[in-house]
Design a binder for this molecule. Structure first.
Ligand SMILES: Nc1ncnc2c1ncn2[C@@H]1O[C@H](COP(=O)(O)OP(=O)(O)OP(=O)(O)O)[C@@H](O)[C@H]1O
Ligand SMILES: [Mg+2]
Length: 372
């Protein structure tokens, strides 16, 4: 059994998010199996849970996409039990996708303060590109762990983005000697270097966890290594200087050519770059190992078992790997929400069949619930 404090979502109320007009559920603290045919709202329910925990979506870049068609606003409210204490978390979205975040009826000081309250790890089909695809997905992984290493990293990331947009506008509108460039580059140096330091620590923690996870999944002897490849510097003055030296290039490029926007997390299999070398099956196992590493890092940093959202895993992993995943999760995990079109194929991990809730969705509404 896990020695951590218990954490579970005890109530969920969704209003007008995606095709979920009105969903009220009291989940099981252990395993929740969300089933339904294609397009009925399974992923949308996980997305609503993720939104409530993180204030973000794992599949949309613009939050206004989540607001139900024809609705003026959407919302998700949770009651969360942690170590015997209850709290209420709400994220509302207006039609433009602007967030209104409430913790126990009050606005939290920052989104970061809110987003570390109920840690969540999601595994969804888009993640299959994690080891093979573009660096952006791996930067998100670093930042998910970084948030729990140091919540202020979220603020550094948004200030970096803000300052680099202003710098880019100045460069393109007024050229490389615009007087306000110094100030923007100073800010970018400050926040970029701070973000780089947190990502470096996140990478170290992920690296320590990913190897053992991969070995457990593949039961093989191939060695996984993760290495942070910073696109900038962890030293503010150095980063500022390098930015000042790349103005001309960046004016044409349309974005900063140095800094955390160019970061990557290199994944190697037996000392060779996985991106170009690994087979499809190896990429799936690597991705799974990266997600399990994320889970372990957040668990250690936060001292609770994160809520786990598994979207369609059994259609993405072969039966052996799905079994291995559940074996690894076993008694280690806390609350799980899992979507599937085939609930009959899901065997409860850790022998938790007595604490399994089956929810069936059709056209965005719960049409059946059993167990729990
Ligand atoms: N803003 C929105 N308002 C209303 N409906 C939406 C909105 N965005 C997406 N939808 C619809 O919501 C439905 C449910 O989507 P969802 O991704 O949750 O399905 P799913 O059950 O996970 O399906 P699959 O098994 O194919 O993954 C889809 O038909 C989609 O077109
Ligand atoms: Mg889906």
């Amino acid at each position: 059994m896990s020695s951590h404090r218990s954490l579970a979502i005890a109530e969920v109320s969704v209003r007008s998010l995606r095709n979920l007009a009105r969903v009220d559920v009291a989940p099981s603290p252990r395993l929740n199996v969300v089933s339904g045919d294609n397009g009925q709202g399974k992923t949308s329910l996980l997305e609503a849970l993720y939104l409530a925990c993180t204030t973000r979506s794992f599949r949309a870049t613009r939050l206004r996409e989540l607001v139900g068609h024809g609705a003026e606003a959407g919302s998700v409210r949770l009651r969360v039990d942690e170590g015997g204490e209850a709290r209420e978390q709400t994220v509302g979205l207006d039609a433009r996708g602007v967030r209104r975040v409430m913790l126990d009826g009050k606005r939290p000081a920052t989104h970061a303060a809110y987003a570390v309250r109920t840690p969540v790890v999601v595994f969804h089909p888009g993640d299959l590109a994690l080891s093979a695809g573009p660096a952006a997905g791996r930067r998100t992984l670093l930042d998910r762990v970084g948030l729990f290493v140091d919540p202020s990293s979220l603020d550094h990331a948004s200030r970096w983005t803000e300052a680099s947009r202003s710098r880019q506008r100045a460069l393109e509108d007024r050229g490389t000697s615009a007087p306000d460039l110094d100030a923007f580059e100073h800010l970018m140096g400050l926040h970029g270097a701070a973000l780089t330091r947190v990502r470096a620590e996140a990478a170290r923690r992920l690296a320590a966890e990913a190897g053992p996870a991969f070995a457990a999944i593949t039961r093989g002897a191939r060695e996984v290594a993760l290495a942070y490849e910073p696109g900038g510097s962890d030293d503010a003055a150095e980063l500022t200087e390098r930015l000042a030296a790349t103005r001309e290039r960046d004016r044409h490029r349309g974005s900063a050519s140095v800094g955390p926007g160019r970061d990557d997390l290199a994944v190697a299999l037996d000392a060779r770059a996985a991106r170009s070398e690994a087979s499809q099956g190896e990429h799936r196992a690597l991705t799974l190992a990266l997600k399990l590493a994320e889970l372990a890092c957040i668990r250690h940093a936060r001292g609770v078992e994160p809520v786990l959202l598994l979207d369609d895993v059994s259609s993405e992993l072969d039966p052996g790997r799905t079994e291995a995943l559940f074996g690894l999760l076993g008694a280690e995990t806390g609350q799980i929400f899992l979507t599937t079109t085939r609930p009959d194929l899901i065997v409860a991990p850790g022998g938790g069949a007595d604490r399994r809730l089956d929810l069936r969705l059709a056209a965005g509404a719960v049409v059946g619930a059993s167990g729990g």
